[in-house]
Design a protein. Structure first.
Length: 173
């Protein structure tokens, strides 16, 4: 039987795994673009799909890496207020911000899921060099925002001691 800690461990490994895959995708994009440049330099026809695949890869990577970045505490944040407040009050302000983040993420997840489902039912497609269904492109958004919601829930469950330890390791502007 799985306990909640085991589930959270697996989820954490998934989030970190996605971060590693995103890094590999960025490497693959660099190699594909380099290959296209070499082909162009040699006068050989280029791979017309490379730029489009790079665009989609960047899009998917940005959404799927967001929960990993939030987990590491490396997201964009302005913590001037939190640094000037007493630790207990800063902790409460952080929890309030996390609650607002959770509500925003759940809202975006809901409406983006509706959009992805509508695209699936309508059979809409994206026509560029590659012709692909629109729904998988849109489905990345609710997946990402559900994962971000999970991260905000985990942050809301953080103790004062965990918060203090995290603040020692995480920077902000």
């Amino acid at each position: 039987m799985f306990g909640i800690s085991k589930i959270l461990d697996y989820y954490g490994k998934i989030v970190v795994g996605i971060g590693v895959v995103v890094g590999a995708v960025f490497g693959a994009i660099a190699v594909m673009i380099f290959l296209n440049i070499v082909l162009r330099f040699l006068g050989i026809p280029t791979l017309t799909w490379v730029n489009e695949v790079a665009e989609y890869s960047l899009y998917v990577s940005a959404f799927l890496a967001a929960p990993w970045v939030l987990r590491l505490g490396l997201h964009i944040r302005i913590d001037i207020l939190a640094k000037t407040l007493p630790r207990k009050l800063a902790f409460r302000v952080e929890r309030l911000v996390d609650a607002v983040g959770l509500l925003i993420c759940l809202t975006v997840a809901y409406y983006s899921a509706i959009a992805a489902i509508a695209a699936y039912h309508s059979g809409s497609q994206i026509y560029k060099n590659l012709i692909i269904p629109e729904w998988p492109v849109l489905a990345i958004i609710p997946i990402s925002f559900v994962m971000l919601s999970i991260e905000f829930i985990l942050r809301l469950g953080m103790s004062q001691a965990d918060f203090d330890a995290q603040e020692d390791h995480v920077g902000g502007i």
